[in-house]
Design a protein around this ligand. Structure first.
Ligand code: MSP
Length: 661
C-alpha cells in the first residue's frame, strides 16, 4: 500500500517564512521516513493562488496576477529546494487540472442538492479568507489578524454543511485517528457538536478565481477551491488511474489554525461528492519567534533561507524536528539555534564522525574489520534505539524519533571515551579489543546516520559515505539500520562537518528578525565531497578525561588558535641564568620592540650560538618571573624525550615581528 501525504498549500502574497517552512520540512521528514521504510510514497505540496490578498499584492506591485503567481512559484520552489524538501508533485490552484477538479466537485455537490442560492450579509476577513461571526470579533476586529473585516452583502451559493453534522460526528467516533493530535480532535469535536451553519462557497462579481460552473458571474470561494488541491493533484477529474492509485490520502499535514477547514468542511465536501475521506489530518503547532507569533506587522518573521545559510539546511531541519514536540507549539531564537548546533552537531555528532575516522585512519589505515570478539554493548543500544525510533516516527512523534537517533550518538561517544582506543593501541595484546571498539563505533555511527537520513538528508548521506557504507544513500532502507556484525568497511576522511561556532558578539546578528524582501544568500552550503564551509577549523571534541591522548581529541578552533600571537624574533644577546642548569636569558628583537625572554634552552644550546639566530616566540604570553627575572614571552622549541629542546628553524626571509600562523 502507498502513502499519500500532503501539506497545506501556501498563499503566495509573501515569501515562505520559518513557520510555513516548518510545515514543509516536517512533512518531508515523514515522507522520507516512509520511503526509508520502503513504502511507495507520494508527497504533494503547492501554492494557493486565488486569494484576494494575492490579487491585491500583485496589483500593488503593478503585476499581472498570474505572472506574479508564476514568479512566486519559483520563489517557493527555491526555498523548498534549499531546505531539501523532496515533494513528488507541486500543484498550483491556477493550473487547468485544478480548475477541472474544483468545477467537477462543486457540480457534483450541486447536482446532489447540497448547494443552494441565498444572500450573504456579514463580515469577511480577507487575510483569513473566511466569513466571521460577530461574536468571534474582538473589538470589531479579526482576532487573528487584528484588522477590521469587510462588510459583505452579496448573492452567494451556499453549501449545506449543517446537513453533514451527524455524519461527521459518526466519522470522528468511528475513526478516532482522523484528527490528530488529541488536543485538535477535542477542539473539533466541541465545534461540530455545538452545531454547524451552512457556508457560502462563492463570491459574486470577482474575476480572480475559478468560475462557478452553474453561475459564471461568481467565482468559487477560495477555501472550497484550495481544499480540492488534494484530489486535483492526484488526477480527480483528469486522470482516473492516478486518482485510484493515490486517493484517499494517508495524511494531510496542516497548521492548527486551519485544522477545522480540513476536519469539518473538507470531509463534508467529499461526503457530498461521494468520495472517500482522507485517513487522517495532523494539525501541527506554531513556531514562534522569541515567544511571539511570526507576523510581518510585528516584525517577527524569520527567513528560512537566512537560517539555512547561517548554519546549513540540515542543522535547521534538525532544529525544527528535534526541538519542537510535533503537534505542539515551539520557539525559535538565533541563540538557541546556535546553541543546539554546537551541542548536537559540532560537539556531538560531528565530533563523533571525526573521532572515528581519525582513529580508523591512525590505527587501521581506515579499514575496519569485525573482531573475533563479536559485537560489544553498542549493538544492544542500537537495537533499542531502532525500536524506539520506529515507534516514535510511526506515531508522528518526530522529535522523539530524532532524539532516539541522538541517543545512539551519545552512547557511542561515551563508549569511545570509556574504551580508550588510544590506550588499547599502545598494547599489542589488545589488538582484538581495539578492532572491536573501532568496528562497533563505526557500525553505531553508520546506524545513527541511517536513522537520521529523513531529518538531515545531505549530512546523513555524507556520514554514511565516511562510515564506509557502500549502498548509495537513496537506496538505503530501514533494514540497513540492522547491526551488521561481519561487514568490513573502509572509512573515508573529510573535513569537519560542523565547525564549532565561537561566541563572536561583534559579528553575531542579534535576535532581530530579517526583512523578508531583502534576503541575500552569500554563504555556500556545505556539500559532500566539498571542503568545509566558512573555516577549516576542526570540530571541538566532547571533553573526555583522556582527551589529550585521543588522536582526534581536544581540537581548538581557528579562532582559539589565533588568540596565540606567535612572532618571528631575532636573538640579540644570550647569557646563562646564574644557578640554573636549564635557563638562558635572551634579549630579543620583535621588530617594533625588544624584550627579555627566559628560555629553557641551556642544556641544548651554548648562549653564543644563539646570538643572531631567528626564532619563533609567543609574544602575548602573560609575563612570568623565572629565577627572579621577568620573562616576556616564550621561545618555541620541539621537546624531546631526553628533555633537550630543539629550536625550530626559520628561513632567512622572515623578519623580526612577522606574525606566525
Ligand atoms: N492557503 C491556506 C491553506 C490552504 S490548504 C488547502 C493557508 N496558507 S498559509 O500560507 O497561510 O499557511 C500555510 C501553512 O503554514 C498552514 O498550514 C499554516 O498553519 C502554516 N503556518 C503559518 N504560520 C505558521 C507558523 N508560525 N508556525 C507553523 N505553521 C504555520 O493557510
Amino acid at each position: 500500500m502507498g502513502f499519500y501525504i500532503t501539506t497545506a498549500i501556501d498563499y503566495v502574497n509573501s515569501r515562505p517564512h520559518l513557520g510555513t517552512a516548518y510545515e514543509k520540512v516536517t512533512a518531508d521528514v515523514i515522507a522520507r521516513y516512509k520511503r526509508l521504510r520502503g513504502v511507495d510514497t507520494h508527497f504533494v505540496m503547492g501554492n494557493d493562488e486565488h486569494s484576494q490578498n494575492v490579487y491585491r499584492r500583485a496589483r500593488e506591485l503593478g503585476e499581472d496576477p498570474l505572472a506574479y503567481c508564476d514568479r512566486m512559484e519559483q520563489v517557493f520552489r527555491d526555498v523548498w529546494g534549499r531546505l531539501s524538501v523532496s515533494f513528488d508533485d507541486f500543484i498550483r490552484t491556477t493550473e487547468p487540472r485544478h480548475r477541472v477538479a474544483v468545477q467537477q466537485l462543486l457540480q457534483r455537490s450541486y447536482d446532489r442538492g447540497d448547494v443552494y442560492e441565498g444572500h450573504y450579509e456579514g463580515w469577511y476577513c480577507v487575510s483569513c479568507e473566511a466569513f466571521k461571526q460577530e461574536k468571534d470579533l474582538i473589538g470589531g476586529k479579526c482576532p487573528i489578524h487584528l484588522t477590521t473585516p469587510d462588510w459583505i452583502r452579496e448573492r452567494n451559493h451556499f453549501f449545506r454543511l449543517s446537513k453533514y453534522q451527524p455524519a461527521l460526528l459518526d466519522h470522528y467516533a468511528a475513526h478516532p485517528e482522523f484528527i490528530e493530535p488529541d488536543v485538535r480532535r477535542n477542539e473539533i469535536l466541541r465545534l461540530v457538536e455545538s452545531g454547524l451553519e451552512d457556508i457560502s462557497v462563492s463570491r459574486a462579481g470577482q474575476a480572480w478565481g475559478i468560475p462557478v460552473p452553474f453561475d459564471p458571474d461568481s467565482v468559487v470561494y477560495v477555501w472550497f477551491d484550495a481544499l480540492v488541491n488534494y484530489i486535483a493533484a492526484v488526477g480527480y477529474g483528469s486522470d482516473d488511474a492516478l486518482f485510484a492509485r493515490w486517493w484517499p490520502a494517508q495524511v494531510h499535514i496542516v497548521g492548527k489554525d486551519i485544522t477545522r477547514f480540513h476536519c469539518v468542511i473538507w470531509p463534508a465536501m467529499l461526503m457530498s461528492a461521494g468520495l472517500p475521506l482522507p485517513e487522517r489530518v495532523f494539525g501541527h503547532g506554531w513556531v514562534h519567534f522569541r515567544g511571539q507569533k511570526m507576523s510581518k506587522s510585528l516584525g517577527t518573521v524569520v527567513d528560512p533561507l537566512e537560517a539555512a545559510d547561517r548554519l546549513g539546511a540540515d542543522p535547521l531541519r534538525l532544529y525544527l524536528t528535534k526541538e519542537i514536540p510535533y503537534g505542539g507549539d515551539g520557539d525559535f531564537t538565533w541563540d538557541r539555534y546556535e546553541e543546539r548546533y554546537n551541542v548536537d552537531l559540532a560537539n556531538n555528532l560531528g565530533n563523533l564522525v571525526s573521532r572515528i575516522v581519525t582513529m580508523a585512519d591512525k590505527y587501521r589505515q581506515l579499514r575496519l574489520e569485525p573482531s573475533s570478539l563479536g559485537p560489544g554493548p553498542l549493538a544492544a543500544v542500537a537495537s533499542d534505539v531502532r525500536s524506539a525510533y520506529v515507534t516514535a516516527m510511526d506515531a508522528f512523534a518526530l522529535h522523539e524519533g530524532a532524539a532516539a537517533a541522538f541517543r545512539l550518538v551519545d552512547a557511542t561517544n561515551v563508549f569511545i571515551a570509556e574504551s580508550e582506543p588510544w590506550v588499547l593501541a599502545r598494547d599489542p595484546g589488545a589488538s582484538d579489543r581495539l578492532a572491536q571498539v573501532l568496528y562497533d563505533a563505526g557500525e553505531a555511527l553508520r546506524i545513527a546516520a541511517v536513522l537520521l537520513l529523513p531529518v538531515m538528508p545531505t549530512a546523513a548521506a555524507e556520514i554514511l559515505r565516511r562510515a564506509g557504507e557502500s549502498v548509495p544513500a537513496e537506496d538505503i532502507r530501514f533494514d540497513d539500520a540492522d547491526w551488521k556484525s561481519s561487514m568490513p568497511r573502509t572509512l573515508v576522511t573529510g573535513p569537519a562537518l560542523w565547525p564549532r561556532l565561537q561566541d563572536q558578539p561583534a559579528e553575531r546578528k542579534a535576535d532581530i528578525p530579517t526583512t523578508m524582501e531583502s534576503h541575500v544568500s552569500n554563504t555556500p552550503e556545505w556539500k559532500p565531497n566539498a571542503p568545509a564551509p566558512e573555516s577549516p577549523a576542526p570540530a571541538a571534541t566532547t571533553p573526555s578525561p583522556a582527551a589529550g591522548n585521543d588522536p582526534s581529541g581536544a581540537r581548538v578552533s581557528i579562532d582559539e588558535f589565533m588568540k596565540v600571537e606567535m612572532r618571528v624574533a631575532k636573538v640579540l644577546t644570550a647569557e646563562r641564568v646564574p644557578k640554573s642548569k636549564k635557563l638562558l636569558k635572551l634579549w630579543v628583537d620583535l621588530g617594533a620592540e625588544q624584550r627579555t625572554i627566559v628560555a629553557g634552552l641551556a642544556e641544548a644550546y651554548e648562549p653564543e650560538t644563539l646570538v643572531g639566530r631567528t626564532v619563533v616566540v609567543v609574544a602575548n604570553l602573560a609575563p612570568a618571573k623565572l629565577m627572579g627575572i621577568e620573562s616576556n614571552g616564550m621561545v618555541l622549541a620541539a621537546s624531546t624525550e631526553s628533555g633537550k629542546p630543539i629550536l625550530l628553524s626559520v628561513d632567512g626571509d622572515a623578519q623580526p615581528g612577522m606574525r606566525v600562523r
